[in-house]
Design a protein around this ligand. Sequence first.
Ligand SMILES: *Cc1c(COP(=O)(O)O)cnc(C)c1O
Length: 398
Amino acid sequence: MTQPIQASSPHVMPTYGRVPIALERGRGCRVWDVNGKEYLDALAGIAVNTLGHNHPKLVPALQDQVAKLIHTSNYYHVPGQEQLAQLLTERARMDNVFFCNTGLEANEAAIKIARKYGVDKGITLPQIVVYDHAFHGRSFATMSATANLKVRNGFGPLLDGFIRVAPNDFDALVAATQGNNDVVAVMMEPIQGEGGLHPMRAEYLKQVRALCDEKGWLLIMDEVQAGMGRTGKWFGHQWADIVPDVMTLAKGLGSGVPVGAVVARGAAAQVLQAGNHGSTFGGNPLAMRAGVETIRIMEEDGLLDNATQVGAHLKARLQAELGNIPGVVEVRGQGLIIGVELNRSCGELIGQAAEAGLLLSVTSDTVIRLVPPLILTTAEADEVVARLKPLVQALLST
Ligand SMILES: *Cc1c(COP(=O)(O)O)cnc(C)c1O
């Protein structure tokens, strides 16, 4: 018998407009709801389930860890932190890591590093350059860095000390910071996720890196969504062959187990000392095991190459099947973070797609976002396109 899903519960704060389905179990890139209906998952819990669902290598490792230790405390050494920090710093060519639990916490710590880096140099009112369309989280500091007014408005005074510029416009960045001795950092996403899947150009990233070097500013890359192999390289900025001073990670790092990280290099790696920052849960043994196993399995199973190849295939198929429909503005992205921009609002597609057995999201009102697990196969990519196409055709023909 089909179970009705309650539209909303009076006991859960209505912070989300939810699709009226309830998911119960998953395997690979598929999930099933409480009524047994199957869905192809092209959302992966918003770029979180790197290894898909119920991965045959991840699940036993996590079970093993739960039976040993879930949480201790940062009062003691956590061997998993040393392991995961080594794996991350090697792949990023950076120096050290602070572990937290979420993307906003990682960005909050990055902002603290940038400010203290400035204050230690004698800058009392440090300023950080951020971008139009940026999304960095929903804490006071990170919503102040975020562009979207829906995220920012209604909470009273926000944090000062952010300068906002347009992405990919180097002259605008130079003009906005000209003669300003209080700038301490530039903070950006390599591909803006929530802001509509806008990539920073490689050439621009190289110019910003050089400017930061010249001025003594920190370059902070928010890799919370685009990092951990999603673009086909470990970190999105690596397509521009640059190394940031600070990089933040979360979403895909633990394949679904909450874990965030701030990775730092050079002077930025020396800013936070004992007593300056902390987290009760951050870096606990379960989260660390999830991160270590995610990286190990990604390498064993060649998931960076898979993201590159299946991502290129998915993008090409989307371009071929949707690109010529009037109203489709652009198909863009890199690896398995792909956006299809339409010339109109398309939020209703989320529910329609779920009904058609496809999980996806819409960002920035007009952009269909596909961020499937990195284990997606070519056949599954074709299925995504086949399920999506009639919905887009129907929407755009009205
Ligand atoms: C999701 C996201 C965040 C916030 O992460 P939470 O874990 O929800 O706090 C920050 N930055 C970017 C780029 C994101 O995509």
